[in-house]
Design a protein around this ligand. Structure first.
Ligand code: AMP
Length: 250
């Protein structure tokens, strides 16, 4: 089984982002970037399937500028076998990324695509679902456990009422939730090995797809500052405030 794992380069989750003057977008100049955390979980899940003998090849793919090669090298250091960068300096929205991934699925013929449930920069939570729709493949989103069994797989999902387990025929799309696994620590020897693994670069314009954005960002602004907290003298005052003031907010 071949597994395709799309990985997105996003602002590192430890960084507090700032809005550009003028409110056109988030300022990412000179900011530390990293692999989207849900995608690290996806790479880890794919590599574990390979290590357990259920997959033969793990291919990491990223769509975006040249700098995404760094993100792909991280995926290779976790254990992916090879990487593909679909290079574009344009703003790629989920539908565009889904179309690009759909084209790569046609080329690579994987039996499984494992994506993150969402990218922490735009929080769209759309790409996996759109890819499943474009390919007309079954999908299991927000996976907290996966178990491949021949031509099918079972995926446990976290839903409001508890856990739901789905059975899907392969080929299929899975998106990862936080509890699926804890990605391994990337070691220096594996970083060195990753430098020698194949990384193919494809110009997005050569794919013959309509890459034009469908959504326009009207304004980006910071959330309102929270009012400072207060210290109450005793429990009775706290209970009183909870009863009267919390009720007033409702
Ligand atoms: P989103 O729908 O933007 O929240 O992204 C969901 C998932 O789609 C991410 O966790 C990635 O696995 C994948 N994805 C989104 N954008 C890209 C991209 N530019 N390159 C590769 N994978 C992406």
């Amino acid at each position: 089984m071949k597994i395709l794992v799309p990985v997105k380069r996003v602002v590192d989750h430890n960084i507090k982002v700032r809005v550009k003057a003028g409110g056109s977008d988030v300022d990412v100049a000179n900011i530390k970037m990293a692999m989207n955390p849900f995608d690290e979980i996806a790479v880890e899940a794919a590599v574990r399937l390979k290590e357990s003998g259920q997959a033969e090849e793990v291919i990491a793919v990223s769509c975006g500028p040249k700098a995404c090669q760094e993100t792909l090298r991280s995926a290779l250091a976790i254990g992916a076998d090879r990487a593909v960068l679909v290079e574009s300096d344009a703003q790629l929205q989920p539908l565009t990324v889904a179309k690009i991934l759909g084209t790569l699925v046609g080329r690579e013929a994987p039996q499984l695509v494992i994506l993150g449930k969402q990218a922490i920069d735009d929080d769209c939570n759309q790409t996996g679902q759109m890819l499943a729709a474009l390919l007309d493949w079954p999908q299991a989103t927000f996976a907290s456990n996966i178990c491949v069994d021949g031509a099918s797989m079972q995926v446990t999902r976290e839903v409001d009422g508890g856990l739901e387990t789905l059975e899907l025929e392969l080929p299929a799309i899975v998106t990862t939730d936080l509890r699926l696994n804890e990605p391994r620590y990337i070691t220096l020897p594996n970083i060195m090995k990753a430098k020698k693994k194949p990384l193919e670069v494809i110009d997005a314009l050569t794919l013959g797809l309509d890459l034009a954005p469908r959504l326009q960002t009207v304004k980006v602004c910071e959330p309102p500052r929270r009012a400072p907290g207060i210290i109450v003298p005793d429990v009775a005052t706290l209970v009183g405030k909870l009863r009267d003031e919390a009720k007033a907010i409702q």
